[in-house]
Design a protein around this ligand. Structure first.
Ligand code: NAD
Ligand code: MG
Length: 381
């Protein structure tokens, strides 16, 4: 019922999802497994207009994948390919590393036709996308996401940026890539916790707008967890179709796009309270999703039985659905941290909550405040 698939082409070993935007900014997401070198080179090079490329990655990913991608881009000797390796970690998603990237652009005399390539997870994608947005007022970039989180969420939709000491993702720009190139084989080296964290966002798409996809996940969670290539390809393609549809309808987040943040307002409070490194984003979102579902059921907006299904699916993905017993969070700290979330407008907290049958949600400030307080009390207890 979501008109998914109309923008998708299925080839033998990869899918192409088009992100349909105005002003000629359409771009494809390639999601595949077992690309031949020729295939990968042809796809990647076809999205590079100038003759200079700078690949940016981090010191964890570089030993595994940098040479491979540099060689794919160098094949045929049409492109001059430079590389830059920055330190791994969310704590380095900041203006200092941005400066390093911009320095490298200038040192290597990148011109306005140059293309930046982001090779890595969401941290690299967000930072390199932002560098591409501001270097010489905007150059092209290509996303090569290597985490589930980046493949299903951060590489699609054009939100780029860095953190500020005063808040996560506070500095940034909208800048769409020329293409997104997903090779699910890169996921073979991803740590289990990172895989699970990304699956949390996959669960989200089912809950907010795609009942069939949620049901597919109920049938295939163990296959995804085992990194079955076909299951991952399907889940990533379907997630990208959903994200592309939402971004097409509401690129700059006037409303609908906010629904992609199901569980995130609660999740951000949990992440912010504990600082970097305690919870992975998707783990905090999983607890947040459990809270949003619990609160929705408290108000009678969804059946308690649906809450049980959500908990069960998240637990099969080895994701947390509650705060640990020794969590130092209390009601007041929770509320305070929730209201610094960007979804506060004019001082009013707005939440993404589930309402009606599976696959439906609302983004609203019109909820029973007592249900929110009771839900927080239940989780911090
Ligand atoms: P990440 O980029 O930090 O990657 C997680 C870890 O996995 C890192 O240590 C990374 O080096 C490592 N890694 C990456 N690929 C690997 C591979 N194939 N094999 C082994 N290790 C690998 O984290 P993430 O979860 O990918 O992304 C989180 C970031 O994305 C956050 O900064 C978040 O704000 C951002 N984000 C942005 C959007 C958006 O719309 N722009 C959406 C969601 C998340
Ligand atoms: Mg998220």
């Amino acid at each position: 019922g979501n008109d998914l698939g109309s923008n998708t082409v299925h080839k033998e070993n990869f899918d192409i999802v088009r992100v349909d935007l105005d002003d000629g900014r359409d771009y494809p997401i390639y999601i595949g497994t077992g690309y031949s070198e020729e295939q990968a080179t042809e796809i990647l090079q076809s999205h590079i207009k100038g003759n200079k490329v700078l690949i940016v990655t981090n010191d964890r990913i570089a030993p595994m994948y940098l040479e491979k991608y540099a060689n794919l881009l160098k094949a045929g000797d049409k492109l001059s390919v430079e590389t830059l390796v920055v330190p791994d970690g969310e704590e380095h998603k900041n203006m200092e590393i941005m400066q390093t990237i911009l320095d490298k652009c200038l040192e290597t005399s990148l011109d306005r036709k140059a293309t930046l390539v982001a090779l890595g997870g969401g941290v690299i994608g967000d930072m390199v996308g932002f560098a591409a947005a501001i270097y010489q007022r905007g150059v092209n970039f290509v996303q090569v996401p290597t985490t589930v989180m980046a493949m299903v969420d951060s590489s699609v939709g054009g939100k780029t940026g860095v953190n500020h000491p005063g808040g996560k993702n506070m500095i940034g720009a909208f800048h769409q890539p020329q293409c997104v190139f997903v090779d699910t084989e890169t996921l073979s080296t991803l740590p289990d916790r990172e895989l699970q964290s990304g699956i949390s966002e996959i669960v989200k798409y089912g809950l907010i707008r795609d009942k069939e996809f949620f049901e597919w996940q109920e049938d295939h969670m163990e296959r995804m967890m085992a990194r079955d290539p076909e299951a991952l390809r399907f889940a990533i393609t379907r997630s990208c179709q959903n994200k592309a549809a939402v971004v097409k309808a509401d690129e700059k987040e006037a409303g609908l796009r906010a629904t992609l943040n199901l569980g995130h307002t609660f999740g951000h409070a949990i992440e912010n309270h504990s600082g970097y490194g305690t919870w992975l984003h998707g783990e905090a979102v999983a607890i947040g999703t459990a809270m949003a579902a619990t609160m929705s059921a408290r108000m009678g907006w969804i059946e308690p039985q649906l809450v049980q299904r959500i908990y069960k699916l998240l637990e099969r993905a080895k994701l947390p659905v509650e705060l640990p017993p020794d969590s130092p969070m209390d009601r007041d700290s929770f509320l305070k941290l929730m209201s610094v979330d960007k979804k506060v407008e004019n001082g009013n907290l707005r939440l993404i909550l589930l309402k009606g049958a599976l696959g439906n949600c609302v983004f609203t400030g019109d909820f029973d405040e007592q249900a929110l307080l009771d839900t927080i009390d239940e989780f911090v207890a």
